[in-house]
Each structure stands twice: as C-alpha cells, then as structure tokens.
Ligand binder design. Structure first.
Ligand code: SAH
Length: 216
C-alpha cells in the first residue's frame, strides 16, 4: 500500500470516526489528520492502522482507538504554550499528537523497549519538543512540575494523588480509572477552590503499574 492510500484513509478516519462523532476541536482534528498512524503500529498491522479500534503493539500493550486519542486530547484543551506530562508513551502515537499541539511534552514509559522505539519514531517525524523518561509515571515527574496538562493512557485503580498535586492552577488531568474492563475516563481540573472531578465515558485501557497504579 502506498502513501496516498494512507493519506486518504487518514482523512476518512478524521471525518467518519472523529468529526461525525462530535470531536469539534479544530487543532485536534488537524493533528490527527497529520500524524501518520501507520508508522506507529507493527508492520503486520499497517493495513489496519486507520481501523476504528485499539491495536496490539509490542510487550502486550495497545495503541488506543483514534477516537479515544482525539477525545482525551480535546479534554486537555491545549492552546499551544503548555507543557504536558504524558504517562504511558506506548507506541508514541499519542505523544506525537501532543507534541504537535503543545510547546513541550514530557513522557514517561515503564517499558524501555517501547520508549526507545517511540523516541525513534518521533525523531524521524521531526518532533523534537519531547523529553523521554523510563520509569514509573504514576508518581509523575515532581522535579519538572507543575504541568498545565497531564494525560494518563493506562488505567489507574484511582486518580493518582501525586498527579493531582503536580497540576498547575487551572491545569487538567485526564486519566482512565477503575479495574480492567470497567474503567471511566476522569478529568480533574485544578480550580481556585480545589480540584473539580468530571466522569466522562466508559473505556478500556491496559493497567497503569507502579506506586499509584496496580501491583505488577
Ligand atoms: N498512548 C499509547 C498507548 C499506551 S498503552 C499509544 O498511543 O500508543 C499504555 C502504556 O502505559 C504501556 O506502554 C505501558 O507500558 C505503560 N505504562 C503502564 N504503567 C506505567 C507507569 N506506571 N508509568 C509509565 N508507563 C506505564
């Protein structure tokens, strides 16, 4: 399959899976319309790169459904100047979207093999505003806090307290919460009178491991 086919599939994905289902944020639609998702999936899965679902990547992990990526990104309300913390780099696809929409992205991945491959992919795409760290992101990145936006792309048992603490005033944290197979997407906004919690939609993510996550 050639590049033209992928570009067509990408445009079609943005229209039918995102815009038609209510994703309005123009910058988010533009970013998903630009980043070549086929480069983030294993070669054997390339033909399904723009399918309407999650796909298996290496190490038993997954790359999220395009709709979920767009929905979560829209919840962060990025305007451009933000520093974003991402937990769960995985393939790096979501990282690339964030790198297009924010000033700087700090991303933490538990599995070094995935992190290294993601970093290579982003470098190849000329996305250089990303800092990578291998380790437990459930405790955030205290030395680099506070953050205007924090995105967790793995399911936590509960909202990780260290991440709420690392939000800047007005900052947004988006995190799937609950046991595997029964999670809800939660957004915490750090308002003037304390954190405001919204529960948004049911979802399925692989488990967030670590100190404020599930035991290994
Ligand atoms: N956003 C990714 C999908 C990530 S799947 C993408 O677009 O491809 C979830 C990822 O979270 C997995 O790669 C897993 O290894 C990682 N993960 C799980 N627990 C973690 C933790 N405590 N800190 C950092 N990464 C973690």
């Amino acid at each position: 399959m050639n590049t033209v086919d992928y570009a067509q599939q990408r445009a079609e994905m943005v229209r039918t899976q995102l815009a038609d289902r209510g994703i309005r944020a123009p910058r988010v639609l533009a970013a998903l319309g630009e980043i070549p998702r086929e480069l983030f999936v294993p070669p054997a899965q390339r033909a399904s790169a723009y399918a309407d679902g999650a796909l298996a990547i290496d190490c038993g992990q997954t790359i999220s459904q395009p709709y979920m990526v767009a929905y979560m990104t829209a919840l962060l309300e990025l305007a451009g100047p933000e520093t974003v913390l991402e937990i769960g780099t995985g393939s790096g696809y979501q990282t690339a979207i964030l790198a297009r929409l924010a000033n700087r992205v700090l991303t933490i991945e538990w599995r070094l093999k995935l992190l290294n491959r993601a970093a290579e992919r982003l470098a190849a795409l000329g996305l250089h505003n990303v800092t990578y760290r291998c380790g437990d992101g459930s405790v955030g990145w205290p030395e680099r806090a506070p953050f205007e936006a924090i995105l967790v792309t793995a399911g936590a048992p509960d909202v990780p307290v260290p991440l709420v603490e690392q939000l800047a005033p007005g900052g947004r944290l988006v995190v799937p919460v609950g046991p595997e197979g029964d999670q809800v997407l939660v957004r915490i906004t750090r308002g003037p009178t304390g954190p405001v919690r919204e529960e948004l939609l049911r979802c399925r993510f692989v488990p967030l491991l670590g100190k404020a996550g599930w035991a290994e």
